[in-house]
Design a protein. Structure first.
Length: 473
């Protein structure tokens, strides 16, 4: 009987053995240890006829512990009743990996292999079904005759995208009659990347991708004789209802461990899907798979955090919202032109550098603020090679603020020069053509951010001038 991946959220007191009083500790090294954990089951995902993923956000002393256990002896369970009953389990297994994350919240993953469990609550034993009815997920691969595969085979289609600037996800699928490795544009954007399968074997792709014109999707064509199986893309997901169960597989938090995240479709638009699966950085490029058909319904891409308002308080809209892109409505794919792509990257990165400089300046000013508006700037915080013209502005600002040397500068004039450091280079780029639509959208967002930073400089100038007028001897 094949293994089932369960994601179990640990409740408050989780003992390491039936006799031990010790509880899981954030940051402690468990790798290589045989663990025996007792916990109240509050969330898990599994495939028992119909795939099911339940969510839980319980914490232990403000730390979120997530146990990922691959079972040695899975059995067919009534998942709804088992979770609703909040039964206690004893789980045994060897920790083969762990992962710790401090930002924005403390999260600790513990991965168990060759695990087994027993139900401790006698009244819940009737939740076990007598007959196994484990389902399989569907694959579509012409070379293998459209046969069906188990979840173990599905994992062969999941790809880890490794790059110097971050690690993300991808998958292999058949799209418009061809076999592709599909990922997000931002996962490969200005990033020297390589692709690896579940066995850490490098996947060879065409040297240049094709890029979706209107959404964050990149396609790398594979040779037809590539032995890795291809997922099938759902041809029309508009027929799927809200609440349709989905699974997302990918490289959550970039730890190069493919994790299954369950959830459902919350909303659907012409390009986008909103999903409840808790995708995080590293899941960019992950396939969003129908839990009923095994077909790809979208590609995981981004999350949105909105500023809380009175109308969103207490609703799901005050939390992180997670989105992916549809593939069935994708029509416009642009061929890759290296010269145009590099030109677009150059403009994007130049504007990004200016916004980075703005943030450094603003932090420097506010961190030095002592309540009397006499902050100086720290030259050590500014990269002289990246921002060579900043040194003279910093010198004039500090001389003016300290008043130790007679200066022809005014506070207003130096603040204008600081503002010009971040705004003038961008003014000349606004009319430069951007060839790829997704990159153009990112550049427009960066320009909008730059304009916001400029308003902050104007606000500081007004506050400084007002402070000097009020405190003028």
């Amino acid at each position: 009987m094949r293994a089932i991946l369960l994601l179990l959220m640990l409740a408050t007191a989780v003992a390491l053995s039936s006799n031990a009083a010790e509880t899981l500790q954030f940051g402690k090294e468990y790798k290589g240890l045989e663990l025996e954990l007792e916990t109240e089951l509050t969330s898990f995902s599994g495939d028992g006829g119909n795939y099911l993923e339940l969510h839980c956000d319980q914490k232990v002393n403000d730390v979120k512990f997530i146990l990922v256990a691959r079972l040695r002896n899975p059995r067919n369970v009534d998942y709804d009743e088992l979770t609703a009953s909040k039964v206690r389990l004893r789980i045994k297994g060897r920790c083969n990996n762990q992962s710790i994350h401090n930002s924005p919240n403390k999260v600790m993953f513990i991965f168990l292999e060759d695990a087994s469990y027993s139900i401790l609550d006698a009244g819940a034993k009737n939740l076990l079904k007598d007959e196994a009815n484990l389902g399989v997920l569907a694959f579509d691969d012409k070379a293998l005759g459209n046969k069906k595969f188990t979840e173990t085979d599905l994992m062969r289609s999941i790809v880890t995208v490794k790059g110097a600037k971050g690690s993300n996800s991808g998958f292999i699928a058949r799209y418009n009659g061809k076999k592709y490795l599909i990922t997000s544009i931002h996962a490969i954007f200005d990033n020297e990347i390589s692709f690896f399968n579940a066995n850490n074997e490098k996947i060879e792709v065409s040297s240049s991708p094709t890029l979706a014109a209107d959404r964050d999707v990149a396609f790398f064509e594979l040779k037809e004789d590539n032995p890795l199986p291809a997922l099938k893309v759902e041809p029309d997901i508009s027929t799927l209802e809200q609440g349709h169960p989905i699974i997302v597989y990918g490289n959550s938090l970039g730890d190069e461990a493919n994790i299954r995240l369950g959830g459902k479709i919350l909303a659907m638009g012409p390009q986008n899907l909103e999903i409840s699966a808790e995708i995080v950085p590293g899941n960019s490029g992950s396939p969003i798979i129908s839990a009923r058909t095994g077909n790809v319904v979208g590609i995981a891409s981004y999350g949105v955090i909105s500023k809380p308002t009175f109308s969103t308080k207490g609703t799901r809209f005050e939390d992180v919202r997670r989105f992916g892109y549809r593939l069935d409505t994708l029509r416009d794919i642009q061929p890759f032109d290296k010269a145009k792509y590099l030109s677009d990257i150059k403009i994007h990165n130049a504007i990004d550098d200016m916004n980075e400089l703005a943030l450094i300046i603003l932090r420097d000013i506010y961190e030095s603020y002592d309540g009397k508006w006499i902050p100086d700037l720290d030259p050590a915080k500014y990269d002289t090679k990246k921002y060579p013209s900043m040194q003279g502005v910093i010198r004039d600002w500090n001389e003016l603020i300290k008043g130790g040397k007679k200066s022809m500068n005014t506070t207003e004039s130096v603040l204008k020069r600081l503002k010009n450091q971040i705004s003038s280079p961008i003014a000349s780029m606004k009319n430069t053509p951007i060839h790829y639509k997704w990159i153009k959208e990112q550049v427009e967002k960066q320009i909008e951010l730059n304009e916001y930073y400029c308003t902050v400089f104007d606000k500081i100038r007004r506050e400084v001038e007002e402070d000097r007028r009020q405190n003028k001897p």
